[in-house]
Design a protein around this ligand. Structure first.
Ligand SMILES: [Zn+2]
Ligand SMILES: [Zn+2]
Length: 349
């Protein structure tokens, strides 16, 4: 079958990939569509260290092809969106509603694929850039069949991360002020999360003025091409500033823009060794800096919720898809993403 493989030097669309059958508690999914997220490219450029060879992709949706023993919540033919969170479901963190903190789900990459005799790693417990992939049952979340799979695909990373950061981590409240630095796939979802939460002032900042229209459609009440103008709109600062780019100078900027009791939420991913600095006094008056893993999501609940909000017209998914390419054209999608031309390029199988 076809898939997008990174061997440590280059990315290749191959057609000799094999995936094993689902074991107990696993689901085999025929992937229909998968979004290209910056994290996939971060594996290729080394920002996210990952063993190779690896099948890329971690934001997909498709149709259940087979289920292993013990799986009862989905059946062959069901449409599912995939999460990247292979949480165990039985540890204390899972049990307290924090599956993103499950230690058994982090740092143990599996190798369910082979090419010839060589095992191939699965990226983010997911590898959605393959015609078929095997995931844990907890990762396959049933979605209604009237949602286009090219749109449902994006729920599993961009939407869970962006909307989840707003609702689950920052817990933005009605009337709050929100600043979003960077309006790519994650930033747009932070914007619509802030709108869902009832934020009053939602300021989008992106150096590219061409992003204004999309930012406003997703919920921005104001758009700026530089954070310099934020203080004119919010003289006392913001309740929440989301850094969605992954640059240390913008992280510092986020801290500087906080109002009393404000919080900076870090969603961008700078290189693993990057350090940021700020004056300690900048955190006086109850300010805080928050990390956020995967939108602090509970995927079985959140993916179903976002799918339903989409059906009711309250959450935008179709508008996130700005280019669709067959998987063979991975390089076109990559060029689109690297040029910042698209919110999301989606690959189809
Ligand atoms: Zn992602
Ligand atoms: Zn667990």
């Amino acid at each position: 079958m076809r898939g997008v493989v990174f061997d440590g030097r280059r990315v290749e669309v191959v057609d000799d990939l094999v995936v094993r059958e689902p074991g107990p508690g696993e689901v085999l999914v025929a992937v229909a569509a998968a979004g290209l997220c910056h994290s996939d490219l971060s594996v290729v450029d080394g920002t996210i260290p990952f063993p190779v060879p690896v099948v890329l992709g971690h934001e997909g949706a498709g149709v259940v092809a087979a289920v292993g023993p013990g799986v009862t919540h989905v059946a062959p033919g069901d449409h599912v969106a995939l999460s990247t969170l292979a949480s165990c479901g039985t540890c204390a963190e899972c049990d307290r509603g924090r599956p993103t903190m499950c230690r058994r789900a982090i740092g143990r990459p599996a190798r369910p694929f082979t090419r010839g005799a060589e095992p191939v790693y699965q990226f983010a417990a997911n590898s959605a850039f393959a015609e078929r992939t095997v995931v844990k049952a907890v990762q396959a979340v049933r979605v209604p069949e009237d949602i286009p799979l090219t749109s449902a695909a994006l729920i599993g990373c961009a939407v869970l991360t962006g909307v989840g950061a707003v609702l689950n981590r920052a817990r933005v409240d009605r009337g709050d002020s929100v600043v979003v630095l960077g309006t790519g796939g994650i930033g747009l979802n932070v914007l619509q999360g802030a709108r869902l939460a009832g934020a009053l002032r939602i300021v989008a900042v992106d150096a590219n003025p061409a992003k204004e229209e999309a930012a406003r459609r997703f919920g921005a009440t104001d758009f700026l091409t530089s954070a310099d103008g934020v203080r004119e709109l919010l003289p006392t600062g913001a309740d929440h500033v989301f850094e969605c780019v992954g640059r240390v100078e913008l992280i510092r900027r986020a801290v500087d823009l906080l109002d009393r009791r404000g919080q900076a939420v870090l969603l961008g991913v700078p290189p693993a060794t990057a350090e940021a600095s700020f004056p300690v006094s900048a955190l006086y008056l109850d300010k805080s800096i928050l990390g956020c893993r995967y939108g602090s999501a509970r995927p079985q609940r959140d993916i179903a919720l976002y799918a339903e909000l989409y059906r009711r017209g309250r959450l935008l998914l179709d508008e996130l898809v700005t280019a669709v390419h067959p998987v063979e054209d991975f390089e076109k999608a990559r060029a689109d993403a690297e040029a910042g031309r698209v919110a999301r390029a989606v690959l189809t199988f």
